[in-house]
Design a protein around this ligand. Structure first.
Ligand SMILES: Cc1ncc(COP(=O)(O)O)c(C=O)c1O
Length: 414
């Protein structure tokens, strides 16, 4: 028999094994100073393209004011306990009503973290007789929710409607045999490459198949659709989404999330999502702060307009400079380049140290070998100057990449 920690110390896990080389720089970097278009990294000001503060609300004076006032009035503890026991307030209910109205659903229920909420919502929505059909590229919270499912699940190729229908057919057979139902799960916006989920086409198949659709719209809420009401509005199919999910951690620049849908289903979630029933309720500064943020999204269309002004300038500028942005239809801006992992590391180092541009990098095994994605998240607080400097920096690093400079640097470091 082994000591449990023997394996943990020897095998640090797929990411943890890189900790020595990567920690503090490529992973767990520290961005300091107020959340904005330019933050401090390793003591230096750099253009920050890695924060999902889409609408620039994180440091908006009105947001800071309400967050501060709520913290002074209530502290961070109130209300104490889980919603079900002693953590319920009229403000939580007000926020739920306002979120539901905003996304045009009958009811909504708050969850403390989107991730935990999603895991529990999936767990609550299905029994072992039901079947789940989900997109291959969905977020980890959906994957983990599906892991809890004791029944059958089918995964379809990312945004591939042929693969979707094939799996839906299989799921239908299985559900008929078990006398169960089908839950389909997609994202509104896929966070890695910026594609919208093909909600319209998925929903059109409701004519032919019997299923319910859960949509994780973490990146669509606030950024897409009329008034920032999300991807369902963008595609004109909000009615066809049976359970809508958005987090406050991105466009709302806060913490918390909500599910919205028909009132019976939302009440069912309220009484059955274990991670919420047995965990402390959202503290008041989060709730009051979210009410304010939602109001600002509703009444300040210029926030979304600024976001799209920057997004359009960045994406058209990068495309004009010959960069491959894949098939993004959202603000998320992936730049696809060719190179192995060590080259990618040298390139990012150069980008941060010599060009003062900070963005996330995605490499193998998340994407195929030989490919890297530099992922940029534009926000309403960026400027056209940021865009211009970034495009120049990207052109410079591409030349070095093509000349093999990063390959040489990486080889010299080994
Ligand atoms: C698509 C998606 N779903 C869910 C979450 C989790 O939300 P939260 O940060 O509120 O836990 C995230 C991100 O962080 C996300 O990108």
């Amino acid at each position: 028999m082994k000591d449990l920690f023997e394996r943990i110390i020897a095998d640090k896990g797929p990411l943890g094994k890189w900790a020595k080389q990567a920690e503090g720089y490529y992973v767990f970097p520290k961005l300091e100073g107020p959340i904005s278009n330019r933050m401090i990294f390793n003591g230096k000001k750099i253009i920050t393209w890695s924060i999902n503060d889409y609408l620039g609300l994180a440091n908006h004076p009105e947001v800071l004011k309400i967050d501060g006032e709520a913290a002074t009035e209530y502290g961070m503890a109130y209300p104490m306990g889980a919603r079900m026991m002693s953590g319920h307030t009229k403000y939580h209910e007000q926020l739920e009503q306002e979120c539901a109205a905003f996304v045009d659903k009958e009811a909504a229920y708050l969850v403390n973290f989107g991730y935990q909420g999603m895991v529990s919502a999936i767990d609550a929505l299905v029994t072992k007789n039901d079947v789940i059909v989900y997109d291959m590229d969905t977020h980890a919270c959906i994957i983990d929710g599906v892991r809890l499912h004791a029944g059958k699940r089918f995964v379809y190729r990312h945004n591939d409607m042929e693969s979707f229908e094939k799996n839906l057919k299989r799921a239908t057979k299985m559900a008929e045999a078990n006398n169960g139902g089908i839950l389909v799960i997609s994202e509104g916006v896929f966070g890695m490459r910026g594609e919208q989920g093909r909600l319209k086409e998925i929903i059109a198949l409701k004519e032919k198949y019997n299923f319910r659709l859960l949509v994780d719209d973490a990146h669509g809420f606030g950024t897409l659709g009329e008034g920032g009401r999300g991807t369902g509005f963008e595609q004109g199919v909000q009615d066809g989404i049976d359970v809508y999910f958005a987090t406050f951690a991105k466009a709302m620049a806060g913490i918390g999330a909500f599910f919205a849908g028909n009132k019976d289903v939302i009440q069912y979630l309220q009484y059955n999502m274990r991670s919420q029933m047995f965990a402390k309720s959202l503290p008041m500064p989060m709730v009051k702060g979210a009410l304010k943020r939602l109001d600002m999204i509703r009444t300040m269309p210029e926030l979304k307009e600024n976001l799209w002004k920057i997004t359009n300038a960045l994406q058209s500028g990068l495309r004009a400079a010959g960069f491959d942005l894949g098939t993004t239809h959202t603000c998320i801006t992936p730049v696809f380049l060719k190179g192995e992992v060590p080259e990618a590391m040298a390139l990012v180092h150069d980008l941060r140290e010599n060009h003062n541009v900070f963005c996330s990098i995605v490499v193998y095994p998340v994407i195929p070998k030989g490919l890297m994605i530099l992922r940029l998240i534009p926000t309403a607080s960026h400027t056209l100057e940021d865009v211009e400097e970034t495009i120049l920096a990207f052109s410079a690093i591409r030349t070095k990449l093509e000349n093999g400079d990063y390959k040489k640097i990486a080889a010299a470091m080994q």
